[in-house]
Design a protein around this ligand. Structure first.
Ligand SMILES: Nc1nc2c(c(=O)[nH]1)N[C@H]1C(S)=C(S)[C@@H](COP(=O)(O)O)O[C@H]1N2
Ligand SMILES: [Mo]
Length: 333
């Protein structure tokens, strides 16, 4: 489903996300704020500066010479499920993402912490690592920042390969950042600059955009969606499938499904998880009676927190962070 050709913004059909734990590159959602840069790997440079003892300028060969680590991680846009918010009240000029502005890949790259160690990070106390990309958006280059503590975590990578092949240009090739557990906007594509600094990035996409009530979004929301089925189904046993995602430091404990408007809930079966940073696919078989059928789902995390009931209470002018109960209307023949 292409929301925008230029810049290119598209999400896969829900069945494509339901089919596999690792999303094929052809189906992986694409979220861009400007034209796609074309940087040949030999020309690419990464500058690492700020409050470091040893500023670095790394070539592609330098970076890929670091120990390689694979992380299976789900990337989710903060605008995922905006369509349900703009049904409450219009949100002009923003992509009407349904529930597939997220995907999961095997990412290979160097640990950001290894590069920061070689740069001799000096900062103590409150510090941030800011990223900048090579794309020219209407607001200048895309950038973001994360706390130094997260930047030093094992799962945060400087990625050069996706699902076993070179990182495609559209997903940030030759090199992108990967910050599992945080909103997709912090995983900066076409990465060319890293700066260690005492304050968050002043880049538009950190300082102005990707905020709710003035607060910068950082970790993901506890969320879930129903992926299959959609539309018309046959009466009898009906398998319902979907995904659930947990914020940075939390895990999915269970997913609950209701077919009676939220009066009673059944616990879905969670698929085994390939990685601590990946979504949980889930499924539940119910008995469908002829007529209209509304299915509702909600996830519970390992702190006992669950999702809010309605999107109306979550509406915000930029349409971010919708994690209301998932709902799908079916017609049973
Ligand atoms: N340089 C740059 N990095 C970026 C973006 C961008 O427009 N430019 N979009 C961000 C957003 S909002 C998301 S959700 C993810 C999307 O990554 P993908 O297109 O590989 O799915 O990249 C992030 N990194
Ligand atoms: Mo995003």
């Amino acid at each position: 489903m292409v929301h925008n050709q230029d810049p290119f913004n598209a999400e896969p059909p829900p069945e494509a996300l339901a089919a596999t734990e690792i999303t094929p590159v052809e189906a992986f959602y694409c979220r861009n704020h400007g034209p796609i840069p074309d940087i040949a790997a030999p020309e690419w440079r990464l500058h690492v500066g700020g409050t470091v003892a040893e500023p670095l300028s790394l070539t592609y060969d330098d970076l890929t010479g670091y120990p390689a680590h694979d992380v299976v991680a789900t990337l989710e846009c903060a605008g995922n499920r905006r369509a349900e918010l703009l049904a409450v009240q219009p949100i002009p000029g923003k992509e009407p993402w349904a529930q597939a502005a997220l995907s999961t890949a095997v990412w290979r790259g160097a640990r950001l912490s290894d590069v920061l160690r070689d740069a001799g990070v000096r900062s103590e106390g409150e510090a941030y690592v800011a990223f900048v990309g090579a794309d020219a958006t209407p607001f200048g280059p895309f950038g973001a920042s994360i706390p130094l503590g997260k930047a030093r975590a094992d799962e945060v990578l400087l990625v050069w390969a996706m699902n076993g092949a070179s990182l495609p240009r559209i997903h940030g090739g030759p090199v992108r950042g990967l910050v599992p557990g945080f909103i997709g906007a912090r995983s900066v594509k076409w990465l060319t600059g890293i700066s260690v600094q005492p304050t968050p990035s002043d880049n538009h996409f950190q300082a102005v955009d990707y905020r709710v009530a003035g607060v910068a979004l950082s970790t993901l929301q506890l969320n879930c969606a129903i992926l299959t089925p959609t539309g018309r189904v046959d009466a009898g046993p009906l398998m319902i499938t979907g995904y659930a995602v947990a914020p940075d430091t939390r895990r999915i404990a269970r997913v609950e499904v209701s077919t009676d408007g939220g009066h009673s809930w059944a616990t879905a079966q969670l698929e085994s998880q390939t990685s601590r940073w990946a979504w949980r696919h889930w499924s539940l078989t119910v008995t469908a009676e002829p007529g209209p059928l509304t299915v509702i789902a909600r996830a519970v995390d390992d702190t006992g927190a669950t999702q809010p009931e309605s999107a109306a209470a979550l509406w915000n002018p930029d349409g971010y962070a919708n994690n209301a109960w998932a709902r799908v209307q079916l017609t049973v023949d």
